[in-house]
Design a protein around this ligand. Structure first.
Ligand code: IMP
Ligand code: MG
Length: 179
């Protein structure tokens, strides 16, 4: 793979991701047995995780996508711009948001607040990675794959300037790649 030369270390291997995602899917299947959720995946980073996760959710689920971005300069307010909204109404639904990583938590704080405001019955979060040290909002993900430290990671959907998303594992880039 072309990206391998740029990777300093692997934090979470392909096998570990597969195993953990299966565990999360099984847990979600149990928890939502009587009320299959509307799954909302945030573009673009969550796509590989979503694809792996839904193999293990044995329920009559639906999924939809949303693409949001922070307004430049107003990141601290958590104000976000919707690039692509859901096509599915959330009113009366149990929403399960799928995210690649929860960092400051600003994005999810705003998005989950919107779903509740629009009448969702419940809103929960499943994230492949959690970076709790960086949190500035009170968002607590309900299902977490792996907790990582305060270090920038790429792979399995996560990018650096739109690159490295297709790596099958989570890794850290060599210092000379940040230019
Ligand atoms: P926040 O929780 O609102 O700060 O934003 C989370 C988003 O920031 C994630 O969905 C990623 O797109 C991006 N992000 C945060 N940390 C990383 C990282 O280590 N690598 C790649 N993207 C990251
Ligand atoms: Mg993201």
């Amino acid at each position: 793979m072309w990206e391998e030369k740029d990777i300093k270390k692997i934090l979470v291997s392909e096998d570990e991701i597969r195993e953990k995602t299966k565990e999360l899917g099984n847990k979600i299947t149990e928890d939502y047995r009587n009320n299959p959720p509307l799954i909302v995946a945030l573009l673009r980073g969550s796509v590989p995780f979503l694809a792996e996760l839904i193999k293990h959710i044995d329920l009559d689920i639906q999924y939809d996508f949303m693409d949001v971005t922070s307004y430049a300069g107003t990141e601290s307010t958590g104000e976000i711009k919707i690039i692509k909204d859901l096509d599915t109404p959330v009113k009366g639904k149990d929403v399960l948001v799928v995210e690649d990583i929860v960092d400051t938590g600003r994005t999810l704080k705003t998005v989950c607040g919107m779903f509740l405001h629009n009448g969702a019955s419940s809103v929960k979060i499943v994230t492949l990675l959690d970076k709790p040290e960086r949190r500035v909002s009170d968002v607590v993900p309900d299902y977490v794959g792996f907790t990582v430290g305060n270090e920038f990671v790429v792979g399995f959907g996560l990018d650096y300037n739109q690159r490295y998303r297709c790596l099958p594992y989570i890794g850290v880039l060599k210092d000379e790649c940040y230019r």
